[in-house]
Ligand binder design. Sequence first.
Ligand SMILES: [Zn+2]
Ligand SMILES: [Zn+2]
Length: 269
Amino acid sequence: MKKSVVSKEYQKLQKDIIRLQEQWKTSLDPDCIRPNHDKAAMEAGVPVTALAAIDFDISLFLQWIEDIGELLSKYQPELEKVMESIKKLLDEETAKRWIDEAFAFNHIYFASFAEENEVDEWIPQFLAETLLRPYLQLTAEKVQDEIQYGVHGAGCPVCGEPVRLAQLEDGGKKVLHCPRCLAHWHDKRITCSHCGNEDHETVQFLTIEGDAAAQIQVCEECKGYTKVIDTRQYIVKPTSAMLDLNTIHLDFVAQENGYKSAGETKQTN
Ligand SMILES: [Zn+2]
Ligand SMILES: [Zn+2]
């Protein structure tokens, strides 16, 4: 187990960011997102957020850029200037584009934005993804009651993030949790949550020495993995964003053993 791979400082920054996002979400007008309750699309695995209408508020966006800039500068003082210059680049059109491209995981757009504006490559996409999350989380809250099951292979039914985290709830039921939008949905305990494989010979559990509450479900069919955490004993349940961060050592174990958080698509004829 390589806990040391992730520095304490990185974990602390991530926790501060999660806290900021929780605050930001409360400043959103609940009516600014109108999900499209299209059952057929949901059953086909189209993430809810792909069809949701969002009233975008540029002043809020710029406030959040300022908040995250302040936080990042505490960890890396040289980022203060960079954040100032980025803020100047963000007019309403560009800010909206950021949200759209972050949703679409468009690495190419952000890489070229960084190059054109001479900022470090990781910064624009990281910022856009960070600022997108409160919108995703509000969407998830609004449709949570309608989300019972996901479509194997389609990732999170709300935001499309690949599956990687589950919690065991009453009776040992496996509930998948999305650390990105915080949606949750059910899946069968023994089923691979990536490809739907139910064969107990090829869906197995890796256990972690000294950590009885954690298992990694792995599938030999698609090479996907899911962290399965028994949180029934927890007195205070962390949010799934925190739980994902606190169990990041399990991702390293899984990946070192050749498994991925997004399973490979099965070849079907
Ligand atoms: Zn999600
Ligand atoms: Zn699988």
